[in-house]
Design a binder for this molecule. Structure first.
Ligand code: ZN
Length: 186
């Protein structure tokens, strides 16, 4: 028997008006649908629906892999990340909630006091898989090509633009700090 929140690829989740298509979902004809097998999770605060699945990482090729994902929440010591399907062929990795982390010491070669200075919830970033411990995946962003590739203003949610190496909101002129990738905004 299928449990109530379990979905298969293509299953209907919610109308677009009620929830934004989040991680593991897509939108078609005004409906949010699942693109994988897993459990639906609805984020009432951000009005976002996502589908969480069990880890399916091939054991041999996981470390060093470059992955992209959306920052879910950030504390001083860690950022939690929802990974997107990796770009390498036939490779799909969809972790469980709060199992994919970026620790503050793995953010940059330069000292980072708080993970909040480098990432914010909703940002899209590129990471390297540095370790897998039990069920959790440890990510890092040390290196020029790694880091945030799209950030959003924490005041008004507009996409931030890179200007002289700094991030500025074109809407409200708010200036923000991130650990950005060298190709940010390209
Ligand atoms: Zn703004």
């Amino acid at each position: 028997m299928k449990k109530e929140d379990e979905v298969l690829p293509g299953d209907y989740i919610a109308p677009k008006e009620a929830f934004l298509p989040g991680f593991g979902t897509y939108e078609k004809k005004g409906e949010v649908r699942s693109c994988s097998t897993g459990n639906v999770k609805k984020d009432m605060k951000r009005r976002k629906a996502k589908v969480m699945c069990k880890p399916q990482i091939p054991k041999m090729q996981r470390k060093g892999l470059i992955v992209e994902g959306e920052v879910d929440k950030v504390t001083d010591s860690v950022a939690f990340v929802d990974l997107f399907t990796a770009r390498s062929k036939s490779f799909r990795y969809v972790p469980r909630d709060n199992s994919t982390v970026l620790r503050v010491r793995d953010i940059s070669d330069n000292y980072t006091e708080s993970a909040r200075d480098a990432m914010r919830a909703g940002d899209i970033a590129r990471f390297k898989v540095v370790d897998i411990t039990g069920d959790s995946v440890v990510l890092g962003t040390i290196g020029k090509k790694l880091g945030v590739i799209q950030a959003y203003c924490s005041k008004c949610r507009h996409p931030l633009k890179k200007k002289n190496g700094k991030l500025v909101c074109p809407h409200c002129k708010n200036k923000e700090e991130r650990k950005i990738a060298s190709d940010y905004g390209e």
